[in-house]
Design a protein around this ligand. Structure first.
Ligand code: SF4
Length: 325
């Protein structure tokens, strides 16, 4: 059966596959974004074009002026200071609902995530003092602190891409379920994402379950916000090999009464091979999923852990820098 997913809302730098808005009038093709467009609602924006700089345009740079606390966004060839225009745009452009994620073009003085150059001056030959967030990045993170933020370079890494996908699709699903304000729906959501939450942070997942075990009835907005913050805090932790092993053991425990001794032994041998990097994680997932089907374990089968985002997004080639844990 094909699983359906709630479509996350994602703000994206418009030069990534959407429009020729770069300073040189080019667009940067991005395979991941093109594949993702079938499953998410993108909000493409170019803050520099929105600030009236046009495309193509003379390049801008971040300049740390003496005596000022934050860098300004300047266009050295024209003397234009685009700082206020980009800030205004960042806080005021239309988004259909609070975004689940943001994908930025790395290295840009406007959209860079961690690697935007900050110059000591706007003259040619001025030194680069440091690298940090682009101007738009800084503003948009303040405007939407709950959105998961990544850049195009980091998303070439398999592990980071997978973690980003898990977070945006799970957050979108949780938000939709919570939109009813019903405690029972919140509990169902926590149950369905239970093993996924455990793979991110078992301690926070347990705390969540304890806190909301008997939740019911109509919830007020403050309570919902608390729950959402706890869920997002849990999901923000990147799974590790040991958290995955913890989850596999707990899942296997739920079917152990149906297993023969040789099957149990085979499972622990497989787990040990996974622990020692001899087998990929997906092998173990399929063993447990097969048991869930065979023993009609509906609580296991409904778990988002098995498929937290659309399957076709897994088929992308790895960069070689990140491997599935
Ligand atoms: S990096 Fe940002 S500001 Fe630069 S072209 Fe892309 S969207 Fe526009």
């Amino acid at each position: 059966m094909v699983k359906s997913f709630v479509r996350p809302v994602i703000i994206v730098s418009q030069c990534l596959s959407f429009a020729r808005v770069r300073y040189n009038g080019e667009v940067i093709p991005n395979q991941f974004i093109e594949q993702l467009s079938s499953y998410v609602n993108f909000v493409p924006v170019c803050p520099e074009v929105a600030a009236g700089l046009g495309a193509p345009r003379d390049p801008v740079r971040l300049v740390q002026k003496k005596g000022e606390t934050a860098p300004s966004l300047l266009q050295p060839a024209t003397g234009v200071d685009a700082t206020e225009a980009v800030k205004n745009f960042s806080w005021n452009f239309d988004v259909p609902s609070d975004p689940d994620g943001i994908i930025l073009k790395g290295k840009s003085p406007t959209c860079g995530l961690t690697d935007a150059k900050v110059y000591a001056g706007s003259e040619q030959g001025a030194m680069v003092n440091e690298r940090g967030e682009g101007l738009f990045t800084k503003e948009i993170r303040h405007r939407f602190p709950e959105a998961v933020v990544e850049d195009d370079g980091r998303l070439r890494n398999f592990e980071l891409r997978e973690h980003f996908l898990k977070q945006i699709f799970t957050n979108a699903d949780l938000k939709e379920r919570m939109s009813t304000f019903q405690g029972e729906h919140v509990k169902q959501a926590i149950d369905q994402h239970w093993y996924l939450l455990n793979s991110c942070n078992p301690d926070l997942a347990t705390e969540l379950q304890k806190t909301y075990k008997n939740i019911q009835g109509l919830l007020d907005i403050n309570r919902l916000n608390d729950i959402q913050q706890m869920l997002q805090a849990c999901l923000s932790h990147k799974p590790t090999k040991s958290t995955f092993i913890h989850v596999f053991e707990r899942m296997a425990h739920t079917v152990q009464q149906h297993l023969s001794q040789p099957e149990k032994q085979h499972f622990y041998d497989t787990l040990s091979r996974y622990e020692n990097n001899k087998l990929p994680r997906y092998t173990l997932m399929e063993v447990i999923r097969m048991w869930a089907v065979r023993f009609q374990q509906h609580d296991l089968l409904k778990q988002s852990f098995f498929q937290p985002y659309p399957e076709s997004l897994v088929e992308l080639n790895d960069s070689g820098k990140g491997r599935a844990l």
